[in-house]
Design a protein. Sequence first.
Length: 284
Amino acid sequence: MTDGKKSRKQGAIPLRERGKVAVRGKIPAGVMTTSQMAAIVRIAEEFGSGEVAMTTRLNVEIPGIDRRDAGAVAERLQEAGIETGSTGATLRSVVACKGTVCRHGCCDTQGLARAIEERYGGCELPRKLKISIAGCPNNCARVQLNDIGIMGGRFPEFYADECEGCGACEKVCREGAIRVVDDEVRFSGEACVGCGDCIAICPKDAVGVASEGLRLYLGGRSGRVIRVGTEAEGLVAEEEILDTVTKLLDYFKENALPGERLGEMMERVGAEKVFAAVGMRPRS
């Protein structure tokens, strides 16, 4: 193994100071145990500068480590149940908002992230690929700026016989998709973004779930070149998203040129072909 590949395996990131690195530990779904936190503190004090940083993809980095100690730090992190990596031309750590526990969450964001990580985390690809999962349209995870973006959604169905016209649903709807006129609900499906807040707040169970699932966005990226992901038509069932990710990664491996991001491949071969690989179409 070359020094470069060995360093990437150890999650070592070169720093400005010659001979110093930060070692990156992967934190699935951005959630650590208190014992893991304590282990990171001990490692940072023994090998690093005594500081710990969190990355934008919810991983942990310990800076100020001598390059020759990177292997020892990686071993200590692994003993604490923390794998190193999320660098190079691989599937980078999956970002998940706290939708699993958040009152706005419409899907199990952390569970989905862990499932994808367990199956594909760190797999080698033609170029790096980033996946982000948001639990609702509040979109804390900025899913459209990732190669694969996943967003939970829940759309309402109104039961006129149960409604007392209290207006709670109208007050909670930020998009103005709901109006209560003469104690009667008037709903605009075009304005609804699928946050599901009206369903949760109704005191009389007069609002049910018409449909729910995951919105899929492909080909987004941030950084020096910005590309907003293309949304798929329809929704993906939560229990089917892992299979969808499998098909997308397989297609990317087989069709991307070396060094080509997913969005660049979509522009070259056509977005319709990429969506067709998972049985979907781009939203018009």
